[in-house]
Ligand binder design. Sequence first.
Ligand code: NAD
Length: 395
Amino acid sequence: MILKPRFKDYICTVSHPEGCKKNVLDQIEYTLSKNNIKGSKHALIIGASTGYGLASRIASTFGMGADTIGVIFEKPASERRTASSGWYNTAAFEEAAVKSGFNPITINGDAFSNEVKETVIEAIKKNFGKIDLIVYSLASPRRKDPASDVIYHSVLKTIDEVYENKSVDFHNKTVFNVKIDTASNSEIEETIKVMGGEDWKLWIEKLKEADVLDHGVKTLAYSYIGPELTHAIYKNGTIGKAKANLELAANDLNNYLSDINGTAYVSINRALVTQSSMAIPVVPLYISLLNKIMKEKNINEGCIQQIVRLFSDILYKENVPVDTDGRIRLDDLEMKEDVQKQISELWDKISTENLKELTDIDNFEDEFFKLFGFNRSDVDYSLDVNQNVEIKNLL
Ligand code: NAD
């Protein structure tokens, strides 16, 4: 089948297996170009198929030499549709990992469910005995609470007042104003249920009860803060409330794991083009400006650069460097004073007319299509490709 991109807003409904594979191989190559990182031997990555979770799985395996269990929520191909990009990414990761002598295991299912947690525990017992690293990298619009079977939905809204700011339609290259409503109390609560720390804690509790956590185990969850410009929609909005709850969970987990010398961290990562960040109003325009400035300063990083830096320079230091709230700050380069000064100077000036000149918008669109395996110069998209790709070690 010849595959062409088809998109709706910030989702591509077609993914290209060859392009996804090349994206994964690029990340592996970058990881291998860094010195061997000492750290994990057996890691569990929850949300392992795209974005920061995929980078964490790749960096664990090809940087630290760890065997991994990856939990993903992806769709295989059907007669009428390609598989999702995370499916193809995982197939490519597994193929490369097996070729290099690793034993990767993937579970495709709802990470919020008890069933998936139990399947993971069985797989750890059978294959690894214990694990020493758990990365929690889920981004989801809904969660079914396993205790009640109630389905909660997360929303991206403000809390105090209706908020208006610029956003971008990166397909049409137009800048427009968005108005974001305030959330009701129940919307705030539901967003915390989905994207807060409850499920992370459930995972760690179940793993500890099953006695599959190594002495000195580390667990990480990813978060974002960003500059004043995005605070109304992110840090001080519904998603920010959920992320504050994630930080509380890290404190609880540090107490809970202290008897096995375990530690839990929230890592504040930089804003990047991923399937999840696309959905947040204002943020795509901010990222396209940020990328331009960071590239000019030669300090731009993608998911894999961030995570390799996290594993090699931060997480396995004897004294893990954290901010005053105990968080790892991988957003240090994004938040540099000179970078943010330039952003605030330029933000008000951005319009449809000067969008291409002031921001990295063309490249942003390119990165969007790359998430789904398109727009790579080394893939011939006119060729027939088999969309039915198997993930071999799928449980
Ligand atoms: P992403 O959409 O690329 O990845 C989400 C992952 O979660 C995918 O592997 C998906 O399969 C998995 N997933 C979603 N629902 C699931 C479910 N029910 N069961 C199993 N797996 C499920 O997102 P991302 O941007 O890499 O985000 C990962 C984390 O990083 C999030 O917590 C996000 O808030 C955080 N973060 C993202 C950014 C950014 O700019 N993208 C910045 C800082 C922090």
